[in-house]
Design a binder for this molecule. Sequence first.
Ligand SMILES: Cc1cc2nc3c(=O)[nH]c(=O)nc-3n(C[C@H](O)[C@H](O)[C@H](O)COP(=O)(O)OP(=O)(O)OC[C@H]3O[C@@H](n4cnc5c(N)ncnc54)[C@H](O)[C@@H]3O)c2cc1C
Length: 457
Amino acid sequence: MTVSVVLYTSDLRVHDHPPLRAAVEGAQEVVPLFVRDPAVDRAGFAAPNRLAFLADCLADLDRGLRDRGGRLVVREGDTVSEVRALVRQTDADEVHMAAGVTAFARAREARLRGALEEDGCRLYVHDGVVTVVPPGDVLPQGRDHFAVFTPYYKRWTAEPLRTPLPVPRALRVPSEVRSERVPRRSAVAGVSPGLAAGGESEGRKLLGSWLADQADTYEERHDDLAGDVTSRLSPHLHFGAVSAAEAVHRARRRGGAGADAFVRQVCWRDFHHQVLAARPEAAAADYRPRQDRWRRGADAEEDLAAWREGRTGYPVVDAAMRQLAHEGWMHNRGRLITASFLTKTLYIDWREGARHFLALLVDGDVANNQLNWQWVAGTGTDTRPQRVLNPVRQARRYDPDGSYVRRWVPELADLDGPAVHEPWRLTGPDRAVFDYPDPVVELSEGLTRFRQARGTV
Ligand SMILES: Cc1cc2nc3c(=O)[nH]c(=O)nc-3n(C[C@H](O)[C@H](O)[C@H](O)COP(=O)(O)OP(=O)(O)OC[C@H]3O[C@@H](n4cnc5c(N)ncnc54)[C@H](O)[C@@H]3O)c2cc1C
């Protein structure tokens, strides 16, 4: 009996899954394996919201495999040791897994390759499972990655897209292989109350319904904070419960300006992955150093705490930060506004903001979080690194009647229309009615400080 192991990491699905497909085609029995590795927690990738969503994904993956005669095998421990033990137990000839991008994933892959070679087992690392186009597949002349999005997008769009793979009809798991319990969402403490449900079934349902009902409005309304018409697929893509390649394939098949704009956003995801693959140190170090001497000390700590807790006195910033705390997710426009506010108006290190986001975001990942933070901070790939988003102008433009703010900042719910964006304009008893803080800093003061720091005054 030939046996293959499929090591699941950020690809928790049965549809369009090249490693699973290859394993089923190449062996009589397959072990679909997920390892809960404490090293992942230690590296800071585990956070309650993501652990809860992960539990949903694993439970659904187990169901998806059982529907085809298989099941998910869960182990806890060091990934390399657990895979090796299984390979020895089942006498497996092959291990299949998706290629990773982070330094952590690559180190794990290298260790695994070395260990399996010693046991005479082959490791197959499949590209194009996590991203649509594998990092490194499209390159500018003489360089190891694209540093600017638009030329990358042009090349990316011209790449051939593989047809999504069907789910294997049946698979057999060796009966002697035992699994630990699939983790349960209810066992995770500290989860955001409004966290979405995870899992491949949910993700596929969402992709289908969003493409059918919302995609047409996306191009025009994707920045509308209150409208909330973006796909919300990011956590499903992060855990690989939905295949990014399949999402692009289906959006292109559907067609239209909204679907095209959605595909362009998914390309941003690939873009950041190819930057991180080429520059793994950009997870922590400035991609383009600007000689910043970020604020530190007690005042900065107080401002940072106000930002984290959604009490900066700028309603749109506070609304978005509270959405993050409540849902473990934030609208992209909110992420841009809050990140610009922290790094440019408050002039606090982007790493502080990225850390807080990673502690809460259900879609939080190193490539997209750290590199978007760097983009906003002007230390990344933005071609206009000194741009500063004015939160009041942003609010008037993307939350014109103030509904988003009133939804998340109930203290201001009685302020009608766009007046909700500038409560400090009220005076005397009108102002005293609202139990809401004054701005932590004047916008003009923040702007001058930033421009002086960057030497652009
Ligand atoms: C400071 C900051 C931090 C961010 N951190 C993350 C993160 O940790 N994880 C994450 O997935 N996204 C991150 N983003 C990108 C973006 O905000 C989210 O992907 C998006 O809001 C998710 O909502 P959606 O699925 O409804 O997106 P949609 O608008 O429906 O877009 C479709 C998909 O495209 C991808 N996408 C969209 N915008 C971006 C972008 N700017 N960069 C990379 N991919 C993108 C996502 O996978 C998203 O699901 C961050 C953005 C900023 C400004």
